[in-house]
Design a protein around this ligand. Structure first.
Ligand SMILES: [Zn+2]
Length: 313
């Protein structure tokens, strides 16, 4: 099977049964079986040596960071060890370095994940996504009063007793699809060059877009391909999903078959879109830098699975 992508696996079992036990959580975080994963303004603490490694601070090194944290979240458990994330975004850069001498730096996970242990990258992605949600939901969306973290950091509760609204972490679903037409060696795939890829070379990728309220995933695939390339598709089939916490997406991967051929691109989304044969896509893969990086994104996984003749068709 084609190499899987990143962020589909994490170091921890989420152990959700501990989330409601505030007393246990408060005690656990001070014990030697606890580890703290700090997040600073959407950046994760990563030690870069030969390979990047997630820094998970033992309880003896985390006391001052815990004091400085605006929110602490219980991430889960693995092998009798317990993992917490702390949002330390309020720290200035100079304070941050005082608290973490020699512990690596706060880095953008997106650029490093592909060279990390996948379970560590998954844990950091999970921590980053939750902290992004907390920092962007400080106030109740219904009445505007301050909201507090609850359930081990997996809920926020409005502090206004007349309101009391509970909110849950948001994930925005997006569909990503490999559209093909024809059979055998004549089979081609629709790949586009997004305007957001400008400056990152001639990168071609599968089409993608956010799911709208009241829309099924299959209808979102059909609508996005029509909007972006004016291609009609049918036979929409689910292939796999990838959390993409940059900042809060879940990518739902599909294959679909085209029933039309003439491409007309949506110019505020795509710079170009074309039908490519397998031979052409293999050449692009060999050249490097033209397709999304191997092993990181579901986009490349969908492309590689198509090249290798693997799919639910
Ligand atoms: Zn409220």
């Amino acid at each position: 099977m084609t190499e899987k992508f990143y962020f589909h696996t994490s170091l921890v079992d989420r152990a959700h049964h501990f989330r409601g036990d505030e007393k246990w959580l408060a005690e656990q975080i001070t014990k030697e079986t606890s580890h703290l994963v700090p997040v600073w303004r959407d950046h994760n603490l990563i030690h870069i040596d030969d390979l990047p490694r997630a820094v998970m601070l033992p309880h003896t090194d985390s006391a001052r960071l815990r004091e400085a944290a605006s929110v602490i979240v219980f991430l889960g458990a693995a092998n009798g060890q317990y993992y917490f994330a702390a949002d330390v975004s309020d720290l200035e850069e100079t304070d941050r370095e005082d608290l973490l001498p020699g512990q690596g730096g706060f880095e953008d996970l997106r650029g490093l994940a592909g060279t990390m242990d996948p379970t560590e990258a998954g844990l950091l992605a999970y921590a980053r996504a939750l902290m992004y949600w907390h920092r962007n939901h400080l106030y109740c969306s219904k009445c505007g009063s301050p909201a507090d973290s609850g359930k081990g950091g997996h809920e926020r509760h409005c502090t206004n007793p007349d309101c009391g609204r509970t909110t849950f972490p948001r994930t925005d679903p997006a569909v990503i699809m490999l559209v093909s037409r024809g059979e055998g060696e004549n089979e081609t795939a629709l790949l586009g060059r997004n305007i957001r890829f400008q400056g990152r070379g001639l990168r071609y990728s599968t089409l993608a877009g956010f799911v709208e309220p009241g829309e099924s995933l299959e209808d979102a695939v059909i609508r996005e391909v029509k909007e972006e390339a004016d291609i009609d598709v049918t036979d929409v089939r689910y292939q796999g999903s990838q959390p993409w916490p940059f900042p809060a997406s879940l990518m739902l991967g599909y294959r679909a078959r085209a029933t039309s051929e003439a491409i007309k691109i949506q110019e505020d989304e795509l710079m170009d879109a074309q039908w490519f044969t397998k031979a052409q896509v293999r050449e692009m893969a060999e050249e490097g830098g033209i397709l999304p990086p191997s092993g990181l994104s579901i986009s490349r996984w969908l492309i590689d699975a198509w090249l290798n003749g693997e799919s639910s068709y």
